[in-house]
Design a protein around this ligand. Structure first.
Ligand code: ZN
Length: 277
């Protein structure tokens, strides 16, 4: 599942490829992939003639500000992908929605598991009223309001594990299974540690490592895990750098102890039993 670094990698590609470009319409091949408008027939006429002004990211949501004042939203969920292609290129097997641009180009939404969603928010309508998941998001990791004190205030109230708490998009937006495991390792904290039992020193370390791990992953164009590809079909290369995620049974890069994998609230979690307490 794409997490913040992968979504940010896609956003940067969208920003460089599609900003200032004009939409000529679109085509919905699978109705359930279009969350809004509810009528598939409205999609292409609403898009036609509009333009992309800028792409933002909020958590794992991609949001294009349109020249009309409306918004185009995309959430990739588990297997969604966006590709910037020539309109004449043969369709990928799981192509769900096509957005046609000038100069014969196309933004193609491909999604095998079909949990991903696309929204087209009309001008004058608050985007949160249509893309309602946005209202449930906590701060962005790189926002000034995301501080160790804020994180402590949220963690000390929960008897959940640190793993579950960091996966909660209402506490901090954008983290998923891969990067939470990496953050816990970098912080020396077991993923099953109870959030409320962590000290301020530990929480400060976790806060700093959230920023450091995400920055490094973004710098490497996201991960190769979960078959992530960027807008131009190129895999990220953070995967080889992971300390624990996907490394069950392999030696810890720090101490050589075999990495273990356990289930925490249904999610597989990787850690070093020596380096993390
Ligand atoms: Zn270790």
């Amino acid at each position: 599942m794409p997490e913040l670094p992968e979504v940010e990698t896609v956003r940067r590609g969208l920003q460089s490829q599609t900003t200032g470009r004009t939409l000529e319409g679109g085509e919905v091949l699978l109705k359930r992939s279009l969350a809004y408008p509810l009528s598939v027939e409205q999609f292409s006429p609403w898009l036609a003639g509009d333009g992309i002004q800028a792409w933002q990211r909020r958590g794992k949501y991609l949001l294009a500000q349109l020249a009309s004042g409306g918004w185009l939203g995309v959430h990739l969920r588990m297997t969604g992908q966006l590709f910037w292609v020539q309109r004449t290129e043969p369709l990928e097997k799981h192509t769900r929605i096509r957005l046609f641009f000038d100069q014969g180009q196309e933004l193609r939404f491909v999604d095998s598991r079909t949990f991903g969603q696309v929204w087209l928010v009309p001008p004058g309508v608050p985007r949160e009223s249509i893309i309602t998941g946005l209202t449930r998001l906590g701060p962005e990791p790189f926002d000034p309001e995301f501080t160790p004190a804020y994180l402590q205030s949220r963690l000390q109230k929960t008897q959940r594990t640190i793993k579950a708490a960091l996966l909660d998009q209402g506490i901090v937006a954008g983290l998923g299974n891969i990067y939470v495991d990496e953050v816990c390792f970098a912080s020396g904290v077991r993923p099953e540690a109870i959030a409320a039992h962590l000290t301020l020193v530990q929480i400060t370390k976790i806060h700093g490592q959230i920023l450091a791990v995400l920055e490094e992953a973004i710098a490497h164009g996201g991960t190769t895990f979960s078959d992530f590809l960027n807008l131009l079909g190129v895999p990220g290369n953070y995967g080889d750098r992971a300390q624990v995620y996907g490394r069950r049974g392999q030696p810890c890069r720090v101490c050589g102890t075999a990495i273990e994998r356990i289930k925490i609230t249904g999610r597989s979690s990787h850690f070093c039993p020596q380096c993390q307490i």
